[in-house]
Write a protein that binds this ligand. Structure first.
Ligand code: 5GP
Ligand code: MG
Length: 189
């Protein structure tokens, strides 16, 4: 017989702390979708999603948006192993014509802001009618964020400056399938 998945599955042994629980995520997504739907009432929306990290956030968010929308995905690599990629984020994928469209860039985390800045720059070069952004997590960086960090229009949660995984976010390709956003023991001082 197949095992029954439990809503309260025990955290993986590598998990030190749950930062945002699955219940809080789902509740906040309802609110976030309401804010986005109100901002784009009567408009057709083009969502540009930054993969791979935003994969699960994107899937849960767009299913709450009962409106005309298109989804475009870009793959962006910001990290290699433990640290930021030398030379900055690498974007792969080609943007289609966005001229005259209302674009919402969806990303998982705003940390230094360099990933989102790079994507927003590409989108703005396409002359959209409007360009806003939505992130699931915004980190409070120790010592303050860089002055160049882009303005975020819609944000799910503010979190401390810690490396988190789960709900689409990975470490070395793993942990994206966790339903909660957690810190691993190896990243917990
Ligand atoms: P930024 O360019 O803002 O410094 O970093 C943003 C990108 O780095 C995010 O889109 C995300 O993919 C990755 N990132 C930043 N912080 C974290 C984190 O705590 N955990 C994981 N897994 N990825 C992160
Ligand atoms: Mg990302």
């Amino acid at each position: 017989m197949e095992p029954t998945p439990s809503a309260k599955a025990p955290a993986a042994p590598e998990v030190a702390a749950v930062i945002v629980s699955r219940r809080r995520i789902q509740r906040r997504l309802d609110e976030l979708a309401g804010e986005i739907a109100a901002a784009y009432a009567g408009c057709e929306l083009t969502v540009v999603a930054v993969l791979d990290g935003a994969l699960i956030f994107l899937a849960d968010l767009v299913r709450r948006l009962e409106m005309d929308l298109r989804i475009i995905t870009l793959s962006v690599r910001s990290y290699s192993g433990n640290g930021p990629r030398p030379g900055g984020p690498v974007i792969s994928g080609v943007l289609p014509r966005l001229e005259g469209r209302h674009v919402l860039v969806v990303d998982d985390v705003l940390d230094t802001g360099s990933t989102l800045s790079a994507v927003l720059e590409q989108v703005r070069l396409c002359n959209p009618a409007s360009c806003r952004c939505c992130v699931l997590l915004r980190k409070h960086r120790r010592g303050g964020g860089p002055a160049c960090a882009p303005k975020v229009d819609f944000a799910g949660f503010e979190i401390e400056d810690r490396f988190v995984v789960g709900y689409g976010l990975d470490f070395d390709g793993k942990y994206r399938n966790l339903s909660d956003i957690v810190v691993l023991k190896r990243h917990w001082e």
